[in-house]
Write a protein that binds this ligand. Structure first.
Ligand code: NAP
Length: 271
């Protein structure tokens, strides 16, 4: 089953969707889902080469695409990218704040700079994106989808920096739901579980056979796909979710219900 078996192909026609970190992985998958549903897509990230390749893939899906390199830690650069997207495609109606950094590191080994880098990209970068998109979101009565993670509510080994950053993202999401509800702006998070073929999985579960062991331990007995995450992001941004704000939608096959013990046992962080 594909998303167009359920949602109309023009669900997001005439809408601009801006995806931070949209050049790869889950975020690119989300961008493709919105493009499939008729949206115009704007993506940013640090590597222009990566953005160019992603933009070409998005154009193949038929919509208008804008890409501009911007580090989400640099408010001025992000604001300029959003201004460019507005001029090229129209005001932003949906912001997907997905840019993030991750690497496994024990809390006693990670440097303060390493910890800060992750918090700056994930949390400050998410705030920067929401703040820079505010005028457009207010004008469009738009919606934000933050990309969180199970680390926000389940402690994982070697992930203190990510847990702190993503828990902050989810609280920011709730605060914005309260503060910006009066403008008609909805704010929600998606927390993906282990998603096959992604950089996150390559970094956290690199050993031979670990992917299969993880998949077998997920209550739904499989890893997720980028489409699984694109589908729920599209739902949250759609009119079907018009009374949903301040919610973390966990799309993990039930994995976090069982905690992170399996990740510890497969040696997360040790290849
Ligand atoms: P990914 O492909 O590495 O995606 C991260 C993207 O963010 C990249 O395109 C990267 O591009 C961009 N980025 C990183 N730092 C940036 C910065 N400072 N400014 C702007 N863009 C930046 O990894 P992924 O595994 O698909 O993860 C995508 C999202 O899903 C993340 O929010 C992650 O926390 C979340 N998530 C993933 C999983 C999983 O199983 N993979 C599970 C739970 C949650 P550049 O390097 O070119 O900047």
């Amino acid at each position: 089953m594909t998303i167009t078996d359920v949602f109309a192909r023009d669900l997001f026609a005439g809408k601009t969707v801006f995806v931070t970190g949209g050049g790869s992985g889950i975020n690119l998958g989300i961008a493709k889902t919105f493009a499939t549903l008729g949206a115009s897509l704007a993506i940013c990230g640090r590597s222009q080469e990566r953005l160019d390749a992603a933009a070409a893939e998005l154009r193949e899906l038929g919509g208008n695409v804008f890409s501009q390199s911007a580090d989400v830690r640099d408010y001025g650069a992000l604001e300029a990218a959003m201004r460019g997207a507005h001029e090229a495609l129209g005001p932003i109606a949906v912001l997907v704040a997905g840019a993030a950094g991750n690497f496994p590191a024990s809390a006693e080994a990670i440097t303060p700079n390493g910890f800060k880098a992750v918090v700056d990209i994930d949390l400050l970068g998410s705030f920067n994106a929401a703040r820079a998109a505010f005028d457009d979101l207010k004008a469009t009565r738009g919606s934000i989808v933050f990309i969180s993670a199970g680390q926000a509510f389940t402690p994982y080994p070697y992930q203190a920096h990510v847990g702190a950053a993503k828990a902050g993202v989810d609280m920011l999401m709730r605060d914005l739901a309260v503060d910006w509800g009066k403008f008609g702006i909805r704010s929600n998070s998606v927390a993906p579980g282990p998603i096959d073929g992604t950089e996150g999985m390559r970094r956290l579960a690199p050993g031979e056979g670990t992917k299969e062991r993880l998949a077998a331990a997920v209550p739904l007995r499989r890893l997720g796909s980028v489409n699984d995450i694109g589908n729920v992001a599209a739902f949250l941004a759609s009119p079907l979710a018009s009374y949903v704000t301040g919610c973390v939608l966990v799309a993990d096959g039930g994995q976090n219900l069982l905690g992170s013990g399996l990740w510890a046992s497969i040696g997360l962080g040790q290849s």
